[in-house]
Design a protein around this ligand. Sequence first.
Ligand SMILES: [Zn+2]
Length: 398
Amino acid sequence: MYSYLHDVARRLIAFDTVSAASNAAAAAYLAGELERHGFRVACQEYESGGVAKVNVVATAGPPVAGGLIVSGHVDVVPFANQAGWTRDPLVFAVDDVRAYGRGTSDMKGFIAQCVAAAAAIDHHRLARPLVFLFTADEEIGCCGARRVVPELPALVGHAPLPTLAWIGEPTAWRVHRAHKGIVVFTVTAHGVAGHSSLPERGQNAIAVMARAIAVIGAYQTELRAAVAPASAADFPECPYTALNLGAVAGGSADNMIADRCTLTVSYRPLPGEDPLAVHAEIGRRIAAADLRDPGSPAAPGRVDVGAPTVVAGMRSPRGTGLAAALAAVLGDRITADAGGAPFATDGGELARAGIAGLVCGPGELEQAHQPNESIARAAFEEGVDVIRRVVERLCAAG
Ligand SMILES: [Zn+2]
């Protein structure tokens, strides 16, 4: 009964779609299958660092308001130097209770279910559009979604676009309405090289960076205290913008004055807030601060705050038609409103286009990015019918 689902999963997992590699072959396979099932397929091709990337958009149903976008990312996280694998990550394998392979939970398992559901959908019954959106480069900052979402009206060839999106990231079918964004940037302190015996002839970039880190730390204390009620409900474990100092590098020897020090900073802005506000405020505070090297206090310290990479957050309204459909199909065994997801998704980019996303998928977060990644076989196999029934509720006549 599930032989086609297993076949699609086997084919998908065999494509090495680690984000650094091209996903073009996997995208061509998906496009071919969806075309065969009667969908109108449009591919957005682009290059990233000289590597060919493809976002796949497949549409069925009439050009009317309503309908649904069902979305997943085709890329996976690396496995080559990951300890703990006892299986081939690119070989789909099943035993009685689980299915194994890179991407089974995050999230080729869901995409395979979408393709199998696409084969089972009666196009004559579609009264509203159904759009499958399969993206590249989600794992490295939702880069594929950032490119494809603004082009969706043209790629779908439909007006209007559906305003609901289902993102099948691994949640063990729990339904999340929200997630934070992620903003990453580099801070660079510039000093003047010299011999450590004569500190005033130089300027120590590490000492300058220490001042900048103190400025960021003071702001971090304020951010921790700034908790909005909606954030407390959606993110009870961390209801504020979490900030992290990721990596610091500077200096080359104990008797040398460091002329350069770099720091990577990331933070997770709450949905509904300007994701760049914290970056801008850090820039303002560092520009206004005393950043002098205590060993060479005559010169002002110089620190650049680099341009940010932004993954958007998401906060969708309660009570959408998709929420009702998922609750009706999945029933009591799932948490129908699990609040904020602990990770970011392509849903943030969809939210920027006014599309309300929900995150809910068959995989398990504990399996995502892990060696010997797997998915419960029951959740994997039942998902085809879950998708078919949700689509039926949102896109079929009657
Ligand atoms: Zn994922």
